[in-house]
Design a protein. Structure first.
Length: 436
């Protein structure tokens, strides 16, 4: 089984990984250097103390009467070595000339080797140690049992190391957050950028680089908004100015003799007039947020709209109640619902409205029909300006491709969202989601 190392996907995780691994390696190197230096210092100190202590202890035991030596053994015992008044344990003789001989042998030889003949043996077992054998002046055997070991770590040292690692981790996460935070806010602002709504300016406080990026983003938002406003003004101006010559042409056509050509010309002029009016409406819908907000009873508002359709003999029904009073722009809301209802009547002959609260506590207005629906690939594209579906929803039906685009623009101006979906059993559902 093979494991492939994968580079983290987010910038924060990558920076965190780099910082944490780098700091851990730095701490490991620092700790290793300190530990090695401590080891060398402890070894030199231990060997120096061993040399002095062994020479003193052997001299004391040599001068004591044989009967009193056993009582001194406990006082002369140290953590790494002790004294035995016997021949010791049988072991493997050690060649002191070998490079792998214990370093303590040289210190012991330096301490008492000139006064006493010494022999060394390696004692096998779980704990590796060696013994030094010698004879005192009265011929009594003496064995020095040496158990080499490092000075144990201080109990507070691991706690300090863990504290350093925790502090390193906290500082790393804080540094990554400070570094990535502005980038995350910029990415969110870019994702939420909507030229049709009022721009939300980024805060220009912080480090110089962050402030510079925020200023550049805010300037870009302003340029995009100005460009869109200029384009919509141009569209509105052209559409508005075209109404006058179209009206003159319609008047002139009325004075023409009845003929098939006159009828075709009047139909073309009517279609042009409708397209121009829709163009003006679309240009105005981009700035739908300029309408003053008012409080309305949503149920009464929809009842009035449905009754108007029913008075005209249209098959429009309303189901559901929400029982809330909302603060909204009534004309913009009316235009959205009317556009969606007109579409349903145009392609299905009947429309069903439903109002209520969605699962997130917001308001939902659905306009549903049993028409031909729209293919899944076209659901997003039909809300683009001047886009027409190539099947039943085409130019021959009188559509301009701006009805849903206007509805979407006004829905965003209301702070809502327009969602299209196909119904089970056929038909289309246009849902307008609003904040309660």
């Amino acid at each position: 089984m093979s494991f492939a190392l994968r580079w983290p996907r987010t910038l924060a995780s990558r920076l965190s990984l780099i910082f944490i691994v780098g700091l851990l390696l730095a701490h490991a190197l620092s700790f290793g250097a300190q530990y090695y230096e401590r080891y060398q210092s402890a070894k030199d100190t231990m060997l120096g103390n061993l040399q002095t202590d062994v020479s003193t202890s052997v001299a004391i035991l040599d001068r004591l009467p044989a009967s009193e030596r056993a009582g001194w053994l406990r006082q002369l015992e140290r953590r790494n070595y002790r004294y035995l008044l016997d021949e010791g344990t049988a072991g493997v003789p050690i060649d002191v000339s070998m490079a792998d001989a214990p370093i303590a042998i040289a210190s012991i030889k330096e301490a008492i080797g000139r006064d006493y003949p010494l022999s060394f043996s390696d004692i096998p077992g779980l704990v590796k140690h060696f013994q030094v054998h010698l004879k005192l002046a009265d011929g009594s055997p003496l064995t020095i049992d040496v158990r080499p070991s490092m000075v144990p770590l201080s109990p507070w040292l691991p706690a300090v190391l863990l504290g350093q690692l925790a502090l390193t981790l906290v500082c790393t996460l804080l540094a990554v957050r400070v570094a990535v935070g502005p980038l995350t806010r910029l990415a969110n602002a870019v994702g939420d950028l909507d030229p049709n709504n009022h721009p939300v300016l980024l805060s220009e406080k912080g480090p110089a680089e962050v402030a510079h990026a925020a200023k550049a983003f805010n300037a870009m938002q302003a340029r995009i908004a100005a460009y869109l406003k200029e384009r919509m003004h141009l569209l509105a101006a052209i559409s508005h100015d075209l109404q006058t010559p179209i009206t003159r042409m319609k008047l002139r056509a009325e004075f023409m003799h009845d003929s098939s050509e006159r009828e075709k010309l009047c139909n073309d002029l009517g279609e042009m007039e409708h397209l121009v009016r829709e163009g003006v409406a679309y240009a105005r819908s981009v700035h739908g947020a300029t309408e003053e907000s008012r409080r309305i009873d949503l149920d009464s508002f929809l009842d009035s709209l449905v009754f108007d359709y029913q008075d005209m003999g249209k098959s429009v029904a309303l189901n559901g109640k929400c029982g809330v009073v909302i603060n909204t722009r009534p004309q913009a809301l009316r235009r959205v619902v009317v556009n969606l209802t007109d579409n349903a009547l145009k392609f299905a002959g009947a429309a069903e409205l439903w109002v209520g609260k969605d699962t997130h506590g917001g308001l939902s207005i659905k306009v549903m029909d049993r028409g031909p629906g729209i293919s899944e690939q076209e659901l997003e594209r039909v809300m683009q300006p001047f886009y027409r579906v190539e099947n039943s929803r085409n130019r021959s039906t009188g559509g301009t491709g701006l009805g849903l685009a206007i509805a979407q623009q006004l829905a965003m101006a209301l702070g809502g969202q327009l969602i299209l979906s196909n119904r089970e059993g056929g038909g289309l559902c246009a849902e307008l989601k609003l904040n309660a």
